[in-house]
Write a protein that binds this ligand. Structure first.
Ligand code: ADP
Length: 424
């Protein structure tokens, strides 16, 4: 029964009731039975139609509830449901079904993506319960339920870490365990505060870097030792031949060469010791401005001039002051040597806090800049482009800054200058 049919039945019901009323008023009781009976039949039809509509609506609601979006209302239409309403209900279900499928597709995509990456990802809520964990994390730490199930070192690091910070933690396990880089990000999802923890096994990278460092070191040692020993051996060989004429001038020159090469080797070993003897930093708070004032006096005595800017002026950092001084002296000295040939040599030190409120000190100059092929080797021990350079200054800087848990980076433009930045 469509809407028009319903309206007709309703009007008929009213008319029949009025007719029945009129018959009763005139005392035609027997005649009044006809409109009364017809009115009862019309009312029953209307009621049954009402029930049918309620049934169809319940079917529609259940279809949404149980996500059965391919339900047809054809039978309902055959049984009297308005064809237009039936079509609209089917259309609504089809749209809902398509949207749900799209949403599921997106969810599956992200689920697949996050389970395929070789980064371990764990989400914990405010009560430190694990709310989500990807496959890589399950493989790395197991299927854990709460932060309290993590190893003590990892747990402590996660609690201490601020957003954007990265820490290395050794997880217990076979072959000395795993070295894992841990970082944490905070997110608010559906009103819940979540901590997203990412873990990356960096042991393979460390091993690769270590073997690379060994290879470089062996090649440096070989180069330095051979440079000194080869002339000594060859000269000693010449003089150990019995029939060699012992010209005093030649002996003198030879001895000078042997002395120079021997001294060079001793110097190299001394420098090497300087590189390996860096002690663990003793951290204490100090004012950056005061340290820079002291360095100014120290370097001016050696003819090195630089300007500095500290923001905020009373910036205090917690570090090993002696070691950071050593780093800045090296950097300013290098900057001065690079800028010395410029018309107006400029060396500036700028100290401030970066976006993560971490102390940052940048040493910039308007010198010759760094050649592209040299920039990759700057921090390698004994790399130098200077005639009398030792090539250990920047290696020492890198070690000290690394021991503070910081980083040192360089940016340079040939013939315009360089800027070395340390972040602590
Ligand atoms: P050294 O100063 O004894 O050479 P370093 O380790 O301090 O040793 O520096 C290594 C090399 O890095 C230098 O020889 C130079 O080529 C390059 N370098 C360092 N600082 C600068 C700078 N500010 N500008 C240009 N080159 C630089």
């Amino acid at each position: 029964m469509n809407r028009r049919g319903q309206l007709f039945t309703l009007l008929l019901l009213v008319a029949l009731s009025a007719g029945a009323g009129a018959c009763i008023a005139r005392g035609w009781y027997a005649v009044s039975l006809v409109p009364v009976a017809a009115a009862v039949i019309a009312a029953c039809r209307l009621l049954s139609r009402q029930n049918r509509t309620m049934q169809d609506l319940r079917g529609f609601v259940n279809a949404i509830k149980f996500e059965e979006f391919n339900i047809s209302f054809r039978r309902s239409v055959e049984c009297g449901l308005d064809a237009e309403i039936g079509a609209k209900l089917e259309e609504a279900l089809a749209i809902l079904g398509e949207k749900t499928r799209q949403k599921e597709g997106r969810l599956n995509f992200y689920d697949l993506l996050l389970n395929r990456v070789d980064f371990a990802i764990v989400c914990v809520d405010r009560e430190e319960r694990v709310t989500w964990i990807n496959k890589a994390a399950v493989n790395m730490v197991g299927r854990l339920r709460a932060l309290s199930d993590f190893s003590p070192a990892l747990r402590a690091s996660i609690r201490e870490l601020a957003t954007g910070e990265v820490k290395t933690v050794t997880l217990p396990g076979e072959r000395g365990g795993k070295d894992v880089a841990v970082s944490v990000a905070n997110a608010y999802i559906r009103g819940d505060e979540l901590r997203i923890i990412s873990l990356k096994n960096i042991r393979p990278i460390i091993e690769q870097t270590e073997s690379e460092a060994w290879r470089k070191l062996v090649s440096i040692l070989r180069h330095e030792i051979m440079n000194s020993m080869a002339p000594i051996i060859s000269l000693a060989e010449t003089f150990s031949t019995p029939d060699t004429e012992l010209d005093p001038a030649l002996i003198h020159k030879t001895m000078q060469t042997i002395h120079r090469r021997g001294k060079g080797l001793v110097e190299f070993v001394r420098n090497y010791k300087q590189l390996t003897d860096i002690s663990a930093p003793r951290l204490a708070p100090f004012r950056v401005r005061e340290m820079l004032e002291d360095i100014t006096v120290l370097l001016e005595a050696r003819g090195i001039r630089f300007t500095y800017r500290v923001h905020p002026a009373d910036l205090v950092i917690k570090a090993d002051r002696v070691q950071i001084e050593q780093v800045l002296i090296n950097l300013v000295k290098n900057a001065w040597e690079a800028a010395e040939r410029a018309e107006h040599p400029l060396v500036n030190v700028a100290a401030d806090l970066d976006n993560f409120q971490r102390p940052r000190i940048a040493v910039s100059d308007n010198g010759e800049g760094i050649l592209p092929d040299a920039s990759e080797r700057l921090f390698i021990p004994f790399f130098t482009t200077k005639k009398n350079g030792s090539g250990i200054g920047l290696s020492v800087c890198k070690q000290i800054v690394g021991a503070h848990g910081g980083s040192i980076t360089v940016a340079s433009v040939p013939n315009e200058g360089s800027c070395f930045t340390i972040r602590l």
